[in-house]
Design a protein around this ligand. Structure first.
Ligand code: HEC
Ligand code: HEC
Length: 453
């Protein structure tokens, strides 16, 4: 009996110790959440079948968390991100060009904003953009918040005449006012002063907090780096080897494959020339075909000639989902992008098989997209957030049309190629032929009946 009681006491004692120990460990983990331990995403990769270009897996969303990134702020930022009503025409939101229901871009060569107006470059993905040291292809904004000020007033994006006009629309919606009060009420002198509460600073701060949650960890590549030898296919492993043999990781390094990640939003960008080998004959063709030297690159920001054709090294995470490629968005598919890079950045001419392998490897960088719910947007009661006359000053797109409705390219309004016979619309012509055929058939049937009688 005595022995049994001792055993029971011992069991209780051990359980209690285990519980206390676990609780302490959890508390420590919570403490560490904001200053992430690099050991958590740095791994021993030497014994893996092919040593990967980095020994770090995706550092996870915790790495980007900033003080004050509360659930309420992130939710407000998400609403603003999805709200097309803060664009001049009420039609274009951040999500129009950076669609988080897919690769975080717009699948277009160059972006199209209000009134169908297009800008000079392609929309980069917003997924993992919180890891960038600088924003934009040429790095002209340091932080996500600074970046977000641009599109609201860019006339080829959301097209508002000025920031105040956009903010006034937000200030007019009670539910938005309430959310701003909840998130920023304590930080402003007078929460009833709507101009102070719903300021540009607070607006882009909330959008940035939401964007910092848009991360895609746990790709097959990450699983491999963490030690799962079977996470990659044989072809992906071959491609990983070729990626390194060619030298791609000399620029696309680090866990984001962008050469820059460990000081997010620091303003210290990593820029590389593109093309480097413009005299490579293959590269010359690519430059011509894909307009690769039509823009000044970072020189447009610094005015410094040595920055001509310099670009921020883009992340390769989820790159299979962000075609078309390069800042001009003219390179149609991923294999071609690999060929362009090999010729123009490395003076290499990989075989078709090597290109296919590298492409297969790049698909292993596609991570888990966190699920996005379409937010319900705050709505004024009985009236529209978009004024009745909004966007009326935009020139209609058919400005260049001649009297046939053809534009200068000989396309009709649908972008279809048309020829001179276009003045009889296809549908009408088809219907007329069909009607004629039926009338003829009916007449023939009637005629043959009459003959039989
Ligand atoms: C009309 C399409 C369009 C709209 C609307 C738009 N963007 Fe962009 N975005 C772009 C283009 C194009 C670029 C690249 C411009 C450049 O580099 O010069 C870009 C760049 C960015 C970048 C930088 C990413 C990187 O890799 O450097 C971020 C982040 C971003 N946009 C977020 C936003 C947010 C937030 C909004 C809404 C406030 C928004 N965008 C609205 C087209 C758009
Ligand atoms: C010298 C530095 C450098 C090297 C080496 C390099 N890249 Fe790049 N990469 C860049 C830069 C800079 C860009 C952006 C160029 C542009 O938009 O014009 C880029 C763009 C890309 C893109 C398009 C990304 C997008 O979102 O449009 C892919 C894909 C890519 N690189 C893959 C590779 C591969 C594969 C290799 C090896 C064969 C490689 N890169 C070698 C610097 C480099």
């Amino acid at each position: 009996m005595g022995r049994r009681r001792i055993l029971i006491l011992l069991a209780i004692g051990v359980s209690a110790l285990l519980i206390v120990g676990a609780a302490a460990a959890m508390a420590q983990h919570e403490d560490a959440a904001n200053e992430v331990d690099e050991d958590e995403f740095t791994h021993d990769t030497e014994d893996l079948p092919v040593e990967p270009p980095t020994d770090q897996s995706h550092p996870g969303t915790e790495y980007l968390e900033q003080e004050g990134d509360t659930e309420e702020k992130i939710e407000l930022g998400e609403q603003l991100y999805f709200d097309p009503r803060i664009s001049e025409t009420g039609t274009i939101s951040c999500n129009t060009c950076h669609n988080v229901m897919e690769g975080g871009d717009d699948s277009r060569p160059i972006a199209m904003g209000v009134g169908g107006h297009t800008g000079p470059v392609a929309s980069p993905t917003v997924w993992n953009s919180g890891f960038h040291h600088t924003q934009f292809w040429d790095g002209r904004a340091d932080t996500l918040a600074e970046q977000a000020e641009g599109p609201i007033v860019a006339d080829v994006e959301m097209g508002m005449p000025d920031h105040e006009a956009a903010l006034d629309r937000v200030r007019g919606v009670d539910d938005y006012v309430e959310s701003y009060e909840e998130v920023y009420g304590d930080e402003v002198d007078d929460p009833d002063d709507l101009e102070e509460l719903i300021s540009l600073e607070n607006t882009v701060d909330a959008i940035a907090a939401y964007e910092r949650t848009l991360n895609t960890p746990n790709s097959p590549y990450d699983q491999y780096v963490q030690g799962d030898e079977d996470a990659l296919t044989d072809q992906q492993l071959d491609g990983m080897e070729t990626f390194q043999d060619l030298g791609c990781q000399s620029c696309h390094s680090g866990p984001m494959f962008s050469g820059q990640w460990d000081e997010p939003e620091s303003g210290e960008g990593v820029y590389q020339p593109h093309p480097t080998f413009e005299d490579n004959p293959q590269c010359e063709e690519y430059v011509e075909e894909y307009d690769l030297m039509d823009n000044p690159g970072r020189m447009g920001v610094t005015d410094d000639e040595s920055d001509e054709f310099m670009y921020k090294v883009p992340t390769l995470r989820n790159v299979e989902h962000t075609a078309p490629y390069m800042h001009t968005g003219q390179v149609p598919d991923l294999e071609e992008a690999v060929r362009v890079m090999a010729a123009c950045s490395l003076d290499e001419d990989p075989s078709d098989e090597e290109v296919e392998d590298v492409t297969a490897f790049l698909t292993s960088l596609t991570g888990e997209y966190p699920e996005q719910d379409m937010p319900q947007l705050p709505n004024p009661s009985g009236e529209s957030m978009v004024p009745m006359d909004a966007g009326t000053e935009f020139e209609p797109i058919e400005e260049e049309q001649d009297e046939n409705g053809d534009d200068a390219n000989g396309d009709d309004a649908n972008g279809d190629d048309v020829d001179e016979g276009d003045s009889i619309p296809g549908m009408t012509l088809g219907a007329a032929v069909l009607a004629l055929a039926m009338a003829t058939a009916a007449a023939l049937v009637g005629y043959s009946r009459r003959l039989n009688e």
